[in-house]
Design a protein around this ligand. Sequence first.
Ligand SMILES: C[S@@+](CC[C@H](N)C(=O)[O-])C[C@H]1O[C@@H](n2cnc3c(N)ncnc32)[C@H](O)[C@@H]1O
Length: 210
Amino acid sequence: MPQAGREERLRRYWDKHAGSYDKQMGFYDRHLFAGSRDWVCSKARGQVLEVAIGTGRNLVHYPDEVRLTGVEWSAAMLDIARHRAGQLGREVDLRQGDAQALEFPGACFDAVVCTFSLCAIPDDRKAVAEMARVLRPGGLLLLADHVEASPWWARAAQALIEVVSVPVGGEHFRRRPIRHVQALGFTVEEQDRFKLGIVEQLAARKPATT
Ligand SMILES: C[S@@+](CC[C@H](N)C(=O)[O-])C[C@H]1O[C@@H](n2cnc3c(N)ncnc32)[C@H](O)[C@@H]1O
């Protein structure tokens, strides 16, 4: 299938699963990703972009003074994020868009956040490059995701799961976004990896001059 058709199918996949996402993700948030959303969002300051914001599960974790923009390619996920923002009384500029081709000019955000989405975005390297482009020099990139495990047997299990998860839902289990971040010259200021190395969260600074 050509790339555009494959991406359209994945976008529809997320539209279809939007209604059940919060229940499903709630389980993983409690048992696997505990604390990651807070770890990432509490470090954000100023003008902040959240990429692939989904249903807005991070909204409650941002400091009040953050001015937030969220991008997401599934209209159904975005509808839930809008509803959640309304319930929380949080003003957010929510837009439908593609993480691999952000509509913003360069260097316009103080921080960029992306949680549990680089596993699902078709081209994670392109998405990280776009995040880097829209960050101002000296800005902070804040990521959390499930990544390639440390023990060989867990990596083997992830490879098996991917045989189904990648074609069905575009879900990757063996990615390492930190490598793209380092390749772009960012300084990783804080990093934490836990649960057999499966969960990784990091705060990386864009060079002050490019
Ligand atoms: C596992 S969910 C994570 C949602 C949210 N970030 C969270 O932490 O709960 C992955 C999200 O990435 C979105 N996504 C995947 N590819 C995308 C792309 N190219 N552009 C924008 N959003 C994308 C999906 O629609 C979905 O909402």
